[in-house]
Write a protein that binds this ligand. Structure first.
Ligand SMILES: [Fe+2]
Length: 184
């Protein structure tokens, strides 16, 4: 293998095309959904939920900002509208989940419903939207823009959502809460 081949193998041939990039995102969240299904314990579940939420938010935002506008006039309008509406429903569920912990009743049910609706959305995108868009959009240019925006948002979200260190007071109230629950 020549030098160029070696470099390509190590670093890839540049930014992935738009549809390939979005499908990678889909795979990633579906993997998190499966991990949630086999996770045990509230802490593990919360960690997976937090990661899935972060991925989903960034994914939906870059699709809405960059990908969907490029699909207008290319893919049937109704399908793009429907995809955007599904993102809206997803955000409603995410907003509710963000106020919950694994101890809140119906936490698992809420996340399961989110996962089911996202799976349905992914299925529709991959079977109806992507095939219709293929060849009619500039996938390489869009892929580059999607990737750049994704990286920017991921960094920003990462910074804003660092887990807080437990203070003495919050630890004390946690102990009290556990004691209360044990007495119930
Ligand atoms: Fe989407």
């Amino acid at each position: 293998m020549g030098l160029v081949g070696k470099i390509t193998e190590l670093f890839g041939s540049g930014a992935p095309d738009a549809i390939g990039l979005l499908e990678e995102d889909h795979k990633k969240v579906k993997k998190l959904f499966r991990q949630f299904e086999s996770a045990e314990g509230g802490r593990a579940k919360q960690r997976i939920v937090a990661e899935a939420i972060k991925e989903l938010k960034v994914h939906a935002q870059v699709e809405e900002e960059i990908f969907y506008p490029a699909l207008r006039n290319v893919v049937e309008e109704d399908k793009v509208d429907e995809a955007e509406e599904e993102h809206h429903v997803m955000r409603l569920l995410i907003a509710e989940l963000e106020k919950m912990t694994a101890r809140t009743s119906r936490y698992d049910a809420k996340f399961t419903v989110l996962a089911e609706s996202v799976r349905h959305h992914i299925e529709e995108e991959e079977s109806e939207v992507f095939p219709e868009a293929k060849g009619k959009i500039d996938e390489a240019a869009l892929g580059e823009r999607l990737l750049a925006r994704k990286q920017e948002l991921m960094q920003r979200n990462g910074r804003g959502r660092r887990p807080r260190k437990a203070t003495r007071a919050s630890r004390r109230s946690q102990i009290r809460r556990r004691a209360d629950e044990a007495l119930r």
